[in-house]
Design a protein. Structure first.
Length: 403
């Protein structure tokens, strides 16, 4: 069988091309350190590598999310810690004002310092992050959330919850709204509120009230009004909501429980005078700023003679009760943040393990055994060089070599 010279040349060229491709592939693998540099290297492996690469990128994104969430929440918690300190400072001022040994001017000085704590609280409530966003404004973080109008604090943010995915199945809320922290807190004991009328002239004081069954409450408000005649002190109880007279002319016994509604009673101590009135009503939401301002205003009213000592004492009692409930709310939110930060740390550990696992599996699929690769590269180079010599030798052969 005769083989044409051109056929020999073609066969040689094809073989050389294949050898060159194998050499190039070996060189590329050795240089990149990767077994798979294109789908042609290993179609099945390339598909698996693509899947693992997506997992790797997703895991990296979750890691970035975790870092961002932790930074945001740690900053917010540090601000809330300062808020707690300011509230505690205001509380200490209220307790000092209640010291009977202080003069009126001393109390006014303490009230002035308490107003300074109020300013601190407002500034902290309007804290901005490094990008200028208000951290306690919810989604409306471009709006200053706590503003005063006519001496009344108003919340201009919203209750939006900013959430970040820590993993495919775990999401955390990274913010706390000013409404939750400062405004949406029930006053009194959380169920009812008691107070003395500012026009009272006697020395009687009301307690926080006693609720024996919250589900039995009707939601009505009540008033206890005193009358002193011939040395006898009596009281009437009126349902302020319906106008119904519930008790008329009952003898006052200092410190005893006075029933004012279903499952509801109050205790009054001291000496009331005719016309002195005390109110009992369902607890309303009280903001922490107005609570502090109301007490400081009560000190000014006391100094001006507008309210007496009993009135100031009642203002302090109500203020302390409301401030304590506000402080409890702040600590509740901080505790929630603490639990979330603990979960973030847990997700950090899980994410690290997941990232290491994906990295190892991806390496198994695409990474190269460098020692084996060096051997194959040497073999490919040797084969290419040898084939090149053969092809060159064959290409020189023709009929004239045999004449």
């Amino acid at each position: 069988m005769r083989i044409a010279t051109i056929t020999l040349a073609q066969v040689g060229a094809n073989g050389l091309s294949r050898s060159q491709s194998e050499l190039y592939r070996a060189q590329l693998q050795f240089a990149s350190g990767k077994r798979i540099n294109s789908a042609a290297d290993d179609p099945t492996g390339a598909v698996r590598a693509a899947e693992l690469t997506v997992q790797k990128d997703t895991t990296a994104q979750y890691a970035r999310n975790i870092g961002n969430a932790k930074n945001i929440m740690q900053f917010t918690d540090s601000v809330m810690s300062n808020i707690s300190d300011s509230v505690q400072g205001a509380r200490e001022s209220m307790l000092q004002i209640g010291n009977a040994a202080l003069s009126t001017s001393d109390r006014q000085q303490i009230a002035l310092a308490m107003r300074g704590k109020l300013d601190e609280l407002v500034n902290l409530a309007n804290t901005q992050d490094e990008s200028g966003r208000y951290i306690f404004a919810g989604y409306r973080d471009d709006t200053r959330p706590v503003q005063f109008s006519g001496g009344t604090a108003n919340y201009t943010g919203d209750n939006g919850e900013k959430q970040i995915d820590l993993s495919a199945s775990v999401t955390t809320t990274t913010n706390a709204s000013g409404a939750e922290l400062f405004f949406d807190v029930k006053g009194g004991n959380g169920v009812i509120e008691t107070s003395a009328a500012t026009t009272n002239t006697g020395a009687a004081k009301i307690d926080a009230g006693l609720v024996t069954n919250a589900t039995a409450l009707t939601g009505d408000s009540y008033s206890v009004k005193f009358s002193v005649t011939g040395g006898n002190t009596t009281y009437d109880v009126v349902d302020s909501t319906t106008g119904a007279n519930l008790v008329s002319g009952a003898a006052y016994v200092e410190g005893s429980q006075i029933p004012v509604g279903p499952a509801l009673s109050v205790s009054i101590k001291g000496t009331p005078l005719t016309g002195d009135t005390f109110s009992v009503a369902p607890a309303k939401t009280r903001d922490i700023f107005t609570t502090i301002r109301t007490v400081s205003d009560a000190v000014d009213a006391y100094a001006a003679g507008t309210i007496n000592n009993a009135g100031l004492s009642d203002a302090l009692r109500v203020g302390l009760a409301n401030l304590d409930r506000g402080f409890d709310r702040i600590e509740q939110v901080r505790n929630r943040f603490g639990n979330q930060l603990a979960e973030i740390d847990r997700q950090t550990d899980i994410g690290t393990l997941r990232a290491d696992d994906v990295k190892a599996r991806l390496s198994d699929v695409v990474d190269l055994d460098m020692a084996d690769a060096a051997t194959k590269l040497s073999q490919a180079q040797t084969g290419y060089d040898a084939l090149g010599k053969v092809v060159a030798s064959v290409s020189k052969q023709n009929l004239f070599n045999y004449i």
